[in-house]
Design a protein around this ligand. Structure first.
Ligand code: GDP
Ligand code: MG
Length: 626
């Protein structure tokens, strides 16, 4: 199969980038009328050529300092850079800035072309070559071939093609599996087709008829057609320049910087944690500074809240006031509009005004929860996030505590399997440490319940869940209970009990309990004593004694002086008397007896109980309702 490699140009204005792309491909990448008239590149240009069995797609970028933002939109998905330096001018400001951007974006390889060699003598070419070597020293391009060429005479073009093919051959094949990711660099309308977007497919595969989304707006679209280098195709794989004809969306609804992808595959976020690095020749970056954030084909405004240093130092401050040139720090970046981010993405930051490239970084957490970042604990967390994907995934699962983390959300946030032990309940992951802690707390809670309620069979299941698990998913609680039951550490269904603890009623006792309760319920405010209740419930008095104690523990029966009442009867009485406040300001014993049809034996203790419960207050012989 043909290998496809995307090459981006880089270099100062007028150094011959566009001329070189034209000479290599036969296509003039300056496609705009204004570009042709003024003879300068304003926006990205595209062309392609076959070299051997390799397909080289060129993204030609503008060199003018005013259009670096367009350069940034083009350089995102490239496999190799063609760094163009005119032999007559040598290294110039945008040579440095473009190359710095390539380094910040971790573009791993490239070729250096010394152009316009037809204008200078051999010594000048040597000087330019030396300066070029100095520029790339210590970078991935340190050993890149330096090829003298002339677009005018054609000298050196074959050697340049070979050098590009060799760089392309070493380029890693991008992963064609997983969700497609196309940062959009152009949107236009084609007569008879409708909306077309283009870009470098950095990951996954696009297929005709795919149902996708445009982020961050989350518009549903359908792939109607695909083209690679002007030829229609049914599928297009990562690492290709593609044009996608989209159904379901107007040109006005899509812009450069948007991402075409599958629903749910990427985080849409306004806040992320990052490892930020400043270029050695930039100014210091203030905590909270406003910057231009470039990522993929998007440019957004952002503020950088500095956390701790990411350089090895002896006494790390958890809260940096300023990041010094050439240094690295952890930071939380707050975006003024949403971005489509994944952990590991590289980005570039430029000064707000004047816009100069000052640094860049790596996304560590695209979806951090709101939390302080300028603390020692935050510093430890950020070091951990920077250490590895698996470690970061584990940190995210641990941070989710008892709420857990959905497996698909974790994939979006970390893109890796957690490094430590996790427990899966359905598709939600919990840290094993958190689950063990919940088990211990649940057992302790049930133990405490047994101690305060020795006559109870155990802690009501719901109460245990609310106390220990709070808002956590009931499925986690059920899972933990099941685990403890299986391990023989817990028993029970509606009530949870520790093995060997809690009262368990025999069949006879359970029946007696129900019968006795019914007697007291029916008796209302004139209950019998235990012996009479046992007789009418046909329960042996020894059993009635035991069971009534249990009913008292459970607060089903309530003792008032020497009498036992059913809790429901007392509750009703309380509500009724309180409700009489409007109609009768006072209650006296006679009226009370009459109203409830009870004797003095019951009326006096009940009225005194109402006083104690602050429903009534005794004034002389009567009571006022409070
Ligand atoms: N003599 C000579 N002129 C060149 C060569 N390459 C480009 N030029 C000229 O330099 C100017 C700038 O070239 P261009 O490709 O637009 O530069 P870019 O801004 O880097 O894209 C144009 O006038 C080109 O004709 C070359 O190899 N030799
Ligand atoms: Mg140009």
């Amino acid at each position: 199969m043909t290998k496809s490699v995307v090459v981006g140009t880089a270099g100062h204005i007028d150094h011959g980038k566009s001329s070189l792309v034209l000479a290599l491909t036969g296509t003039d990448p300056d496609r705009l009328k204004e570009e042709k008239q003024r003879g300068i590149t304003i926006d990205l240009g595209f062309a392609h050529a076959r070299v051997g069995d390799m397909d080289l797609a060129f993204v030609d970028v503008p060199g003018h300092e005013r259009f670096v933002k367009n350069m940034l939109a083009g350089v995102g998905g490239i496999d190799a850079v063609l760094l163009v330096i005119a032999a007559d001018e040598s290294v110039m400001p945008q040579t440095r800035e473009h190359f710095a951007i390539c380094r910040l974006l971790r573009i791993p390889r490239g070729v250096i072309a010394l152009t316009k060699t037809d204008l200078v003598d051999g010594d000048m070419v040597e000087v330019a070559a030396m300066e070029a070597r100095g520029l790339v020293e210590g970078s991935p391009l340190a050993d890149a071939p330096i090829v003298p060429v002339s677009a005018r005479t054609g000298a050196g073009l074959d050697a340049l093609r070979d050098a590009l093919a060799a760089a392309g051959a070493r380029a890693e094949t991008r992963t064609a599996s997983g969700a497609p990711r196309l940062p959009i660099d152009r949107v236009f309308s084609m007569r008879g087709f409708g909306t077309v977007v283009t870009g470098t497919l950095t990951q996954g595969t696009l297929r005709v008829d795919d149902e996708l989304v445009i982020l961050p707006a989350d518009r549903r679209v359908k792939v109607r057609g695909l083209q690679v280098h002007g030829a229609s195709q049914a599928t297009a794989e990562a690492g290709r320049r593609v044009a996608v004809n989209l159904g379901g969306v107007e040109v006005a609804d899509v812009r450069r910087g948007d991402t075409l992808t599958a629903a749910g595959a990427f985080a849409v976020t306004r806040r992320f944690d990052a490892l930020v690095e400043l270029l050695p020749d930039s100014k210091a970056l203030r905590h909270g500074a406003r910057v231009r954030f470039h990522h993929g084909t998007a440019e957004l405004l952002a503020r950088v809240a500095l956390a701790s240093t990411a350089d090895p130092v002896e006494h790390a401050e958890p809260a940096l006031a300023e990041l010094q040139p050439g240094r690295r720090a952890f930071a939380r970046v707050r975006l003024e509009a949403p971005a489509v981010l994944a952990r590991g993405d590289r980005f570039v930051i430029r000064q707000y005004s004047p816009p100069i490239t000052i640094g860049g970084g790596t996304v560590l957490d695209p979806l951090p929860v709101r939390s302080p970042i300028r603390t020692a604990a935050a510093a430890r967390r950020l070091v951990r996030l920077a250490s590895s994907d698996a470690e970061a995934a584990m940190a995210f699962v641990e941070e989710s505590r008892a709420a857990g983390m959905a497996a698909d959300a974790l994939a979006r946030r970390a893109g890796a399997v957690p490094s430590g032990p996790v427990v899966a309940v359905g598709s939600t992951l919990y840290s094993a440490v958190v689950v063990t802690d919940l088990e211990t707390r649940l057992v302790a809670e049930v133990d405490a319940y047994h101690r305060t309620q020795p006559m109870s069979e155990g802690m009501p299941r719901e109460e245990a869940r609310e106390r220990v698990f709070g808002a956590a998913a009931p499925a986690l609680f059920d899972d933990v209970v099941q685990r403890l039951v299986k391990a023989g550490r817990l028993g029970g269904r509606d009530r949870l009990a520790l093995p060997g603890r809690g009262v368990s009623l025999s069949d006879e006792e359970a029946k007696a309990q129900a019968a006795l309760e019914r007697v007291f319920q029916d008796a209302g405010l004139a209950p019998p004593d235990i012996a009479a209740a046992a007789a009418s419930a046909r329960v042996a008095s020894a059993v009635a004694d035991r069971v009534s104690k249990l009913l008292l523990r459970q607060k089903t029966l309530v003792r008032v002086d020497t009498l036992l009442f059913h809790a429901d009867a007392l509750g009703r009485l309380k509500r009724e008397v309180a409700g009489m406040k409007g109609t009768a300001a006072k209650v006296d014993v006679a009226a009370f007896k009459e109203r409830y049809g009870i004797s003095r034996k019951y009326a006096i203790p009940l009225l005194e109980w109402l006083d104690r419960e602050r429903v009534t207050r005794r004034v002389g012989d009567a009571r006022v309702i409070l």
